[in-house]
Design a protein around this ligand. Sequence first.
Ligand code: GLN
Length: 280
Amino acid sequence: MVKLKELRKNALKDLGATTNDSPLADIDYILLNLLKFSRTDILLGEKTLDCNQKKLFDEAFAQLKSGKPVQYTAGGCEFMSLWFETNESTLIPRADTEILVELIIEKYKDTGEINILDIGTGTGCIAISLAHFLPHSKVWGIDISAEAIKTAKKNAKRLGASDRCSFMEWDILRGFPDLPQQMDIVVSNPPYIPDTDIAGLDKKVKEFEPLSALAGGNDGLDFFRKITEDVKLTKNGCLAFEVGINQAMDVCDIMSERFCHIETKKDLSGIDRVVFGLFK
Ligand code: GLN
């Protein structure tokens, strides 16, 4: 039987020798989220792990040592204060994406019933948090990956949002999907990394996160062009994108033909992260 404090000490020594840049935080992330210890348990370090817990920890720790992101090894992460199961078929939800979700919540919290589509839904983090925080909304999520759709459906079920969230496999490059209603809002955090930048991505991202969720074509703007061109919205409906570094002006430009009142919003590092506009 090993005590938490010994386990942490040994694991830190072991992981500290790898390229992991936040070893103790990652070890604690597993103890908290996968093994369900509390922060106090971790701080005191006196509790012991039973055989099953030790096995679970060892498996996750081996993956962590191989360089896998901790959100995959521990099975998920928080987004908008909700827990999302995350696996290698989905991008790991990022704090930057909360900017997009918060913007839509702020703008539409006092309206009547609204229909929302999330393109490239992944874990469903955008779609499900919008459904959660806008209880008068109905949300659809599409993704090219069948595995991602499975994950999004599971997340919606666990978070009690299944009755207002529908997910389906669809490749947006084939055109806009047929939906039972006209959309008031279309949101997307599409793949937007320029092809030439893929090789230079952080090893953790490049080796473990799905390429289909990252690569946005030659200049990274393929999905913004295609979605803006094909999107169907109600009059004055809103299209809102998360964009990559230095893409905001180009995306404003792409949207200008079919959209008006185009604005941008910065993330916490001061980078223009969201572009949104109203359908003409
Ligand atoms: N919508 C998901 C997210 O924001 C996935 C985005 C993507 O796969 N590009 O995390």
